[in-house]
Design a protein around this ligand. Structure first.
Ligand code: F6R
Length: 248
């Protein structure tokens, strides 16, 4: 029996509404929450809706700790394809987060291992991640936890696989050399108090089927979700399209 739960939504809009509502209700319940989000196409609407709702409801965001899931190594923060740029424009600027409350990997650092240890230390000091919202790559990656990764890793630098380097081009205006990523590890995901893996569109149907119904194996990192006892796979109907009826 799976400990993870599956939730299917009519479309991308209702999926994103539900994910944004999760962030809002966490902050209402715990104003000093530790929140970790992925960037990318999938969470974009979640972030926009969260920003809108937070403003409408006049939420106090001053005590939140915000952690970025990952970053492309060697890509500067002002590049529009970077995770920094995404969060800056979708969350930090609209909601006027203060620099002291946001923690993103410095992917230009000459000591990336130190970046990893700093991030791990911060998460431990804050008492762990309350809510993590992640996407899924076309190779089953979460963050930059690529196929073959250890489930026991905390933050680390990853060599990106070919799927990630080619699919990743979609975020950049010009062709980009992408070789490494710096990322939270799957141990962080396992220890997070709540995890939402969100996916939309038919192109994600195969990876969602493997995530929910495949073997739990490092060769398909997102399968770790099956073992999270407060983990939710949230898919729109298209992304859930290949699941067997019993899971729908
Ligand atoms: C980005 C990240 C990646 C993406 C994944 C899906 O911060 O962690 O793992 O979540 O590649 O990307 P999209 O949502 O663009 O399909």
């Amino acid at each position: 029996m799976l400990s993870m739960q599956l939730k299917i939504y009519k479309d991308y809009q209702s999926l994103s509404e539900a994910a944004a509502n999760e962030i809002v209700s966490l902050i209402k319940h715990k104003p000093a929450a530790v929140l970790c989000l992925a960037s990318g196409d999938t969470p974009r609407l979640t972030c926009k809706l969260f920003a809108t709702k937070a403003k409408q409801e006049n939420l106090d965001l001053s005590q939140i700790t915000f952690i970025g899931l990952d970053e492309w190594v060697n890509i500067p923060p002002d590049n529009e394809g970077s995770c920094h740029y995404f969060f800056q424009h979708e969350i930090f600027e609209p909601l006027q987060f203060s620099p002291g409350q946001v923690h993103l990997f410095d992917a230009l650092s000459t000591d990336l291992n130190n970046e990893c240890r700093k991030m791990d230390g911060l998460i431990f000091d804050k008492g762990g991640i309350d809510l993590m919202i992640v996407g899924i790559g076309m190779n089953g990656h979460i963050g930059f936890n690529e196929p073959g990764v250890s489930f026991d890793n905390y933050s680390h630098v990853a060599e990106l696989d070919n799927t990630t380097t080619s699919v990743g081009q979609k975020y950049f205006k010009a062709a980009m050399t992408l070789q490494q990523g710096i990322t939270l590890g799957l141990k962080h995901l396992q220890e997070a108090k709540k995890v939402l893996l969100i996916a939309n569109a038919a192109k994600k149907a195969e990876v969602i089927q493997k995530t929910v119904e495949g073997d739990v194996t490092p060769s398909f990192p997102a399968s770790i979700m099956q073992q999270h006892n407060n983990g939710y796979v949230m898919a729109d109907e298209e992304a859930a399209g290949l699941l067997t009826a019993k899971n729908k």
